[in-house]
Design a protein around this ligand. Structure first.
Ligand SMILES: *Cc1c(COP(=O)(O)O)cnc(C)c1O
Ligand code: SF4
Length: 349
């Protein structure tokens, strides 16, 4: 079984309604659904959360006025090709724009795809030279595309080059491969993920507990057993995971797979993704509900990437207020603290 890459293949699998706008959606962004993900789709469920992430929808042709071509301002912060340098101590390095699957909500929707600009050998050298010349860069985040789409030999070479830069303390890899194409997590890949000196962290992108198939959990276990610390990133997506039970199940499943939930990303203002958007108020209400239900180990930080290249910030909810006078009794100048169960309390400043 191969990765499905065309509307025709999706029709054959019974995954698509007939809609002329789908051709436009498929033109705007490549299609890829791995056999692993295809096997998880419940065709009897028109709202299947796996299909919703990967099967193109006519809704993608609806572009809202506030949606952006470069939703998180990568371009504005790219000093050399393949590098995004927004925070002093860390950079993104994007060696390629290919992914094992194409997620319809992708924040780099306008960039990813087969044939999308990969760095040539000399461009990669220039990107590494940029890092080498800046001692303030402590962490290099390999992203893309999906860096695990590089052949293990090339990935090993890249990691060795970063490992040789004394001021680089951490290499972080952002990938969806262990979940969507777990057979790529081979011994050869694990060997490539072993810098001699730097710490290597692995951030895995997972949006629904059902993505954690037996094979995916085995791939994560291989990474964890190789001594690689795993963190999880989830995109908050309408119709995929915007219910508290769904998020709770996902966060527990991640922790059980030895993945520490790191970020819950508020969906970015990506063109043609209005059908995935969730309001900030809804996101905060979900986070508040999780706080009352879940172990601290399973709590992600809810973040927004501020459009224009201004970086990520936690967006709550906040538990401190300014109006303790609403409570009986008196404690002058006190703060109001809300607990995880909705109770309100005074606390001295
Ligand atoms: C997301 C991002 C990072 C990493 O941010 P953390 O908060 O450290 O996870 C770094 N640089 C850029 C440009 C980013 O978009
Ligand atoms: S794997 Fe990541 S970069 Fe690739 S399409 Fe999905 S969200 Fe975008």
């Amino acid at each position: 079984m191969q990765t499905l890459r065309t509307l025709k293949a999706l029709h054959r699998e019974g995954l698509l309604p007939v809609d002329p706008r789908l051709a436009e959606a498929a033109d705007a962004m490549a299609i890829a659904i791995t056999p692993e993900m295809l096997a998880l789709i419940d065709r009897a469920d028109p709202a299947d959360p796996i299909a919703r992430q990967f099967v193109p929808s006519a809704a993608e042709t609806e572009i809202a006025a506030n949606e952006l071509l470069d939703p998180i301002g990568d371009e504005a912060r790219s000093p050399v090709k393949g590098i995004v340098h927004r925070y002093p101590d860390r950079v993104l390095l994007k060696p390629l724009h290919v992914c094992p699957v194409y997620c319809r909500f992708c924040f780099r929707r306008e960039k990813v795809g087969p044939g999308g600009e990969a760095l040539s050998a000399s461009e990669l050298d220039a990107a590494i030279a940029y890092i080498e010349a800046r001692p303030e860069i402590w962490e290099v985040i390999l992203t893309g595309g999906d860096p695990l789409m590089l052949a293990p030999r090339r990935l090993a070479k890249l990691i060795a080059a970063l490992d040789a830069i004394d001021h680089v303390g951490v290499i972080r890899i952002h990938s969806r491969v262990p979940i969507v194409d777990p057979s790529r997590v081979t011994d050869e890949l694990l060997a490539a993920l072993k810098p001699r000196r730097t710490a290597l962290w692995f951030a895995v992108h997972c949006n629904h507990a059902r993505e954690l198939s037996v094979a995916a959990r085995a791939a994560l276990a291989r990474l964890a057993d190789a001594g690689i610390p795993l963190i999880g990133q989830t995109v908050l997506l309408a119709g995929v995971n915007d219910e508290v039970e769904t998020l709770e199940t996902l966060m527990r499943a991640l922790v059980t797979a030895r993945v520490k939930p790191y970020y819950l990303h508020h969906p970015d203002l990506v063109r043609g993704t209005g059908h995935f958007r969730v309001s900030v108020e809804r996101g905060q209400a979900l986070m508040r509900a999780l706080r009352g239900r879940l172990s601290g180990l399973a709590q992600p930080t809810y973040v927004l990437d501020v459009p224009g290249g201004h970086g990520k910030v936690p967006i709550g909810p906040g538990y401190l207020g300014d109006d303790p006078d609403a409570l009986p009794g008196a404690l002058p100048g006190a703060l109001l603290v809300e607990d995880a169960f909705g109770g309100r309390h005074r606390y001295p400043r």
